[in-house]
Design a protein around this ligand. Structure first.
Ligand SMILES: C[S@@+](CC[C@H](N)C(=O)[O-])C[C@H]1O[C@@H](n2cnc3c(N)ncnc32)[C@H](O)[C@@H]1O
Length: 339
């Protein structure tokens, strides 16, 4: 599962890291869901995925939206041979023994045909019948999720990950307003491969850390000296200084990529109308990025009319963060004059 809107990028990461070829992307409304197949060797590397918020081993799924009824769905999915196979993989990954406390998590796209709690109860009844030594608890050692990954189609899986997967290791100091690490990882992925990378509004350094982990040489700037201190302590190998993105202390063509979660909204106000601010920031970032280099910017609105001529918009990835829509803009610095 990924942040809503990142499913296609997660699929690309799965293909690359785990050599999976069969990937089906859906959404349950709260997360994008990528269903995929891997061999045993790749299964042990499943925790390496940087864009996934959670990973599961599948028990089963329904393929058609037929007989929209909780009992029918559970009967199709919760079958002894499949449960045993999924449990063996769950034990291997979680290193837990037999006998488990469990809880069921249910997600449906709408409650038109039946209520979410009806599906949960039906699955709990099936589990009580097939796994007599399991006890319900919350929190529980084993989480069984059943989710509507496409209209009328359900998949159930055993959760392999904990919250640690989406938090990524490394940030000693957390700060309010910090970016989700899986989104930072997606942005770094869109920046291409290696070289010198600048985050000019780096905050606590989430993007710098993700970029460092995949081999970029990183520089961070922030107008706020407390953020600079936090970023330095979170990413000791980064060079981090106080600076204003509208006037950066670098020569033209210094960076292979500029990747940033720009200030917006109530938490990070800017000191002039946002369009003026964005225009100055993008002109300055265009100047310090080399020809052919990339800018990857997270901000809800980026009118093309304010962009410098030297930047070409290559792609937009629409995502939702805590339910709020926003966009990752992918731009390329081309060979035109900087005027
Ligand atoms: C959305 S936050 C970045 C959060 C960061 N990605 C993280 O994970 O902690 C935006 C940052 O932009 C900084 N900022 C605001 N105006 C700036 C400017 N003119 N130049 C540089 N940084 C600025 C703020 O201090 C804030 O740290």
């Amino acid at each position: 599962m990924s942040v809503p809107g990142l499913g296609r990028l997660l699929a690309a990461e799965i293909r690359e890291r785990l050599a999976s070829t069969t990937i089906n992307i859906g959404s349950d409304g709260r997360s994008d869901v990528a269903l995929f197949t891997v061999d045993h060797a790749a299964f042990s590397r499943i925790g390496d995925l940087r864009l996934a918020e959670d990973v599961f081993v599948e028990v089963g799924r329904t393929l058609r939206s037929e007989g929209d009824h909780p009992r029918w769905i559970v009967n199709r999915i919760w079958k002894r041979a499949r449960i045993e196979r999924a449990l063996a993989l769950w034990r291997q990954q979680s290193r837990r023994g037999r006998g488990a406390t469990y809880r069921v998590v249910t997600r449906v796209q709408s409650e038109r045909a039946f209520r979410r709690t009806d599906l949960r109860r039906e699955l709990e009844a099936a589990i009580a019948h097939s796994q007599r030594n399991w006890k319900q608890a919350d929190p529980a050692a084993l989480e069984v999720w059943i989710t509507e990954y496409a209209r009328g189609q359900f998949v159930a899986g055993l959760r392999l990950s904990s919250a640690a997967m989406r938090q990524h290791k490394g940030r000693a100091i957390e700060r309010r307003g910090a970016l989700r690490p899986t989104v930072a990882a997606a942005m770094v992925r869109l920046a291409g491969k290696g070289g010198q990378l600048l985050d000019p509004c780096c905050g606590s350094g989430t993007i710098l850390l993700e970029a460092t982990n995949v081999g970029w040489d990183v520089f961070g700037m922030d107008i706020d000296s407390r953020s600079v201190k936090i970023a330095r302590s979170n990413v000791p190998t980064a060079r981090v200084e106080v600076a204003d993105v509208r006037s950066l202390p670098f020569d033209a063509n210094s960076f292979d990529a500029c990747v940033s979660n720009l200030p917006f909204g109530r938490q990070f106000r800017v000191d002039e109308p946002i369009e003026h601010w964005l225009s100055k920031a993008t002109h300055e970032l265009s100047r310090v990025t080399r020809v052919g280099g990339r800018l990857v910017l997270l901000t809800p609105v980026l009118p093309t009319s304010i962009l410098p001529e030297a930047l070409t918009l290559r792609h937009e990835t629409h995502i939702r963060l805590l339910g709020i829509p926003t966009v990752i803009w992918g731009l390329e610095r081309d060979d035109q004059s900087l005027a």
